[in-house]
Ligand binder design. Structure first.
Ligand SMILES: [Zn+2]
Length: 182
């Protein structure tokens, strides 16, 4: 899972650099392609119009100006992680981020760029990552995620539904996870 996210993180950084700068790596030789008159060209002979290039990543949840700084943290952390626990931490730290969180104006969960799920399925997924039940860091990440979801103002209905569940707590979701696993 961590390596799949790493590949996704790499392509998010590259696609956003291509989209905003535009800096595009040649898919044939890996060199940086030049961009002149809306055509991408590489010294090795590869070329593609910007329009065709753009069509390759449209509608794939890849574009967001704020995405690179969020996922670059993951690329660093996962790359430096030497054991299972550190790798899980890096994944956790990635999936609990929100778009525009660094600008203090959270919008959508970054996890939707990594896993194709609805909001509460994302929450359930986050909870089912492998933690000891009394892990304070896991709880802190989860509470931060919920605070950002509230602050975004995008999920009022979902949050109301969630908060009206009598035992909608971190512990009850963990218990649900244990039951599902047995
Ligand atoms: Zn090339």
């Amino acid at each position: 899972m961590g390596y799949a996210f790493l590949a996704r993180a790499d392509s998010l950084v590259q696609t956003n650099r291509a989209h905003y700068d535009p800096v595009v790596k040649c898919p044939v030789c890996g060199a940086t392609a030049s961009y002149v008159n809306r055509i991408l060209r590489c010294d090795c002979g590869w070329s593609l119009s910007w329009r065709e290039y753009h069509a390759t990543y449209q509608k794939k949840q890849l574009i967001g100006e704020n995405i690179p700084p969020l996922v670059e943290v993951y690329i660093r952390e996962f790359g430096a992680a030497r054991d299972y626990y550190a790798k899980m931490r890096a994944i956790d730290n990635l999936l609990h981020r929100f778009h525009w969180e660094l600008q203090n104006a959270p919008t959508r969960p970054l996890a939707v760029n990594f896993i194709d799920l609805r909001l509460w399925d994302v929450v359930r997924f986050l909870i089912t990552l492998a933690y000891p039940p009394d892990d304070p860091e896991a709880r802190r990440q989860y509470e931060t995620w919920l605070a950002n979801a509230r602050k975004s103002g995008w999920y009022e209905n979902e949050l109301a539904e969630f908060e009206n569940l009598p035992e909608a707590t971190f512990e009850s979701l963990l218990a649900e996870k244990d039951n599902a696993g047995s």
